[in-house]
Structures are given as C-alpha cells and as structure tokens.
Design a protein around this ligand. Structure first.
Ligand code: SF4
Ligand code: SF4
Ligand code: SF4
Length: 345
C-alpha cells in the first residue's frame, strides 16, 4: 500500500468518524471530545464526533466580550474560555501538526474526492493554477481568519455590527453545508431572510459551497487555499511534531516533480535549497511531494525529528507501477515542466 492509498484510507475512516461518529458514540460522549479540532469537522452536523476550533472561538469572542463591554463580566473571565479553546487546539496541533488538514479534515477529503471525480471526467490534469494566481490567493486565508473568525465577532461584541456577524465564518463555511447534507439533512442549505446581514451571509455561504463543488472538479483543494483553519495552523506550525524537511544538497536537482505533485501548488519545495524545515504555511502534510521525489532521502516527513517517511528511488519506481486508476493524472502534463519527465511517465 503506497502512502496515497494509506492516506485515503485514513481520511475515509476519519470522515465517517467526524461526520457520523456521534451515531455510535452518543451525543454525550461526542460533546466531551476536544471541541477544538484543528480541522473543519462541523458543529452543525448533529452526528459529528467532534467539532472544529473555529466555532467556539467565534462564539467565545462574541458572547464573552459582549458581556465584558456591557460590564457584566471581568475581562479574564471572557478570555479564559478562549485560552482553553486555543490551548486544546495547540495540544492537538503539537501532536499531529498540519496533518489535521491532509489526513483528518472531512472537507479536505471531500475536495480530494471531487478532484478524483474531476480526473475521471478529464477535467483535471492539463493545467494547475499558475504561480501568480497562487501568489494572489495565498493572503486571502489570513483575511478570512482575521476578519471572519476574530474581527467581526469582536465588532459584534462591541455593538458596531449586528448579531449576525457574531459567527460569520460558520455562516459561510462550506463544511457546514457539506457535512449536514452528508447526514441526509438539508437544514443548513438555506437563505436566511431574517435580516439583511443574515441574508447576505447565507447567500455567500450557499454560493461558496457551489463554488467548492464546481471548482473542486478542476482545481486541487480550492477551499483549502483560503481556509482560515489553514492560517490558524500556520501561526503555530513551528511547534508541530510532524514536519516536512528537505535535505537539498547535493542530490536535489530541482526536477520539480515534488511541486507538481503538491495539491497546494507550493512551488518553493523544489526551489528551496537552504532551509531544512520546509513546512510552509499552506502545507497540509499530505506527503505527496515526498512520494514523488525520485531522490533518496531528499524529502522526509519527520516526527519529533525522526524520519517516518522518506523519498526514495525504489519507492518512486514501485509507486509508478502500482499507481491506481484514480491517480492516472500525468504529472508531466501539469504546467510546470519537470526536467526529467521520463521518470514518471
Ligand atoms: S460551520 Fe465550519 S467553522 Fe463552523 S463549526 Fe462548522 S466546520 Fe467549523
Ligand atoms: S485547509 Fe482544507 S483540509 Fe485544512 S481545515 Fe481547511 S478545508 Fe480542511
Ligand atoms: S508541500 Fe508536500 S506535504 Fe505539503 S501539501 Fe505540498 S505535497 Fe503535501
């Protein structure tokens, strides 16, 4: 079993746990799981086994600080739950780092599946996003985090914007609609007409969900690129025990196969020749770059400094042979031309 197949298996199993796990664990147990998962496992899915850190953060900022501004609560009492949420997030994040995106997140898996369907339909593979498009999109995740998770809930708490802006990211989050639809419920697929703000936010939410589905067939991981969870993880990425490292010299010849394999179009992994830790802010620790590097031990996934998966010429050859139908995309066809396309055809 190659790493991609192993990852899909883990993602599939965790998708069932995160989307339907409450059915087996019961609402009481699931209510006591972390409540601060570093992945978009949705609190609006009544069967979810755990929920993402963004929902408590928005509500704790909005409702906690609202009471502080109203003089009903001291500041420390409002900050304590926020600190507990961030602390829980941090403990989990230290253990599994950005692998919460590449291996756990239900919306990440959903987009992976859309990508495979897109490949089957021949909609993916001719070109990826251009470097300049990637550069333009990258800052959006920071705006999403600072405005929708922290900024507007704070403004709602202070009374500058109405209550609808207390949890604005949840209002537009595609995971809310996707995971609830997966449980057979259409409860979250609606346009809320209760106020102008709610109408606007819910229209954006439905539009974004449709965009994720349509773009997901042609572009790899479209929502991940603007996801505020990716930004929140990026802030703490230096403390995660799982890292992507590069031993560049003298074996890396900048062939570009790793960057072409990367679902987040992180081209720096093939051009970087000096840094050892190359866990970039957009990395989801999926490991595909390591799989597609044909040079021994140039790229590695390391846990607490110990190599857990290393690139190797033998693995590279074996992987080509065992490549499944759903991975038939020819990396050599992507827009960056690797120097040694014969290695992967
Ligand atoms: S709507 Fe999105 S941000 Fe809110 S709890 Fe669900 S997954 Fe998390
Ligand atoms: S970046 Fe993608 S995989 Fe990570 S939490 Fe967001 S949607 Fe999920
Ligand atoms: S850099 Fe490597 S591990 Fe990170 S997202 Fe890209 S392919 Fe996956």
């Amino acid at each position: 079993m190659n790493l991609s197949v192993m990852r899909k298996t883990v993602q599939g199993a965790l998708f069932f746990l995160m989307v339907y796990g409450g059915y087996w664990l019961g609402p009481y147990t699931t209510d006591k799981l972390s409540k601060a998962l570093p992945a978009l496992s949705c609190a609006y899915d009544p069967l979810s086994a755990d929920y993402c850190a963004l929902v408590p953060l928005q509500h704790q900022i909005h409702h906690g600080l609202e009471r502080v501004f109203a003089g009903q609560m001291p500041v420390w009492m409002a900050l304590l739950p926020i600190a507990i949420t961030l602390g829980t997030f941090l403990v989990l994040f230290v253990l599994f780092s950005k692998a919460f995106c590449g291996w756990v997140c239900p919306l990440g898996f959903f987009q992976d599946m859309l990508g495979i369907i897109g490949q089957k339909l021949g909609l993916q593979g001719k070109q990826s996003l251009t470097d300049s498009t990637v550069d333009k999109i990258r800052p959006v995740k920071w705006l999403m985090l600072s405005l929708l998770v922290f900024g507007f809930p704070l403004l709602a708490a202070a009374g500058y914007v109405d209550e609808a802006w207390g949890a604005p990211f949840c209002a537009v989050c595609p995971s809310r609609i996707m995971t609830t639809l997966m449980t057979g419920s259409t409860d979250q697929l609606y346009v809320d007409s209760a106020s102008a703000s709610l109408t606007g936010l819910s229209i954006v939410g439905v539009f974004l969900f449709g965009l994720v589905i349509s773009l997901g067939l042609t572009v790899r991981q479209p929502f991940c690129r603007i996801c505020p969870m990716l930004a929140l993880q990026a802030i703490f990425r230096k403390v995660g025990l799982l890292r992507l490292v590069k031993n560049a010299t003298p074996r890396c010849d900048k062939c570009g196969l790793c960057a072409n394999a990367c679902p987040m179009d992180i081209r720096e992994i093939h051009t970087e020749m000096h840094k050892h830790d190359i866990t970039y802010p957009d990395c989801t620790l999926c490991g595909r770059c390591v799989e597609f590097c044909p040079d021994d031990k140039v790229l590695q996934l390391r846990y607490a400094g110990l190599p857990v998966f290393s690139s190797s010429s033998q693995y590279f050859k074996d992987r080509k042979q065992s490549q499944k139908q759903w991975e038939t995309i020819s990396l050599a066809n992507l827009h960056r031309k690797p120097k040694a396309p014969q290695e992967i055809q």
